[in-house]
Design a protein around this ligand. Sequence first.
Ligand code: FES
Length: 133
Amino acid sequence: MYNETVLDHFKNPRNAGEIENADGIGTVGNPACGDVMKMYIKVSGGILADIKHKTFGCGAAIACSSAATEMVKGKTLDEVSRLTRDEVAAKLNGLPPEKMDCSNLAPDAIRAAIENYRGNITENRKDQNESTA
Ligand code: FES
């Protein structure tokens, strides 16, 4: 069902794990199956400096997390936010059509982590303003 590239990423997922003291964390679930993906990001000067994932999902979801994290490292947050599931699937040389829904998780979880990061920044600014007021 899966091609060699998908199987390789599934068996040897890149960037798997957790980042301690991550700048942003995004969690998304697939309501259709109950699988969950968590992305941890480190940001430096507007660039996504590091990213790791924990994926409790099917082979396609794990392969997509692995490929997506490889695709976004070193890019600006705005570039990263535009990542689509089709680009992730293309990086994997294609996914079975019935597995395309699973490929939404990685871009969505990465966007959620960026939103979390941006929210943290705003909160920190508010805190600083309040403490200096
Ligand atoms: S079947 Fe749940 S993410 Fe693929």
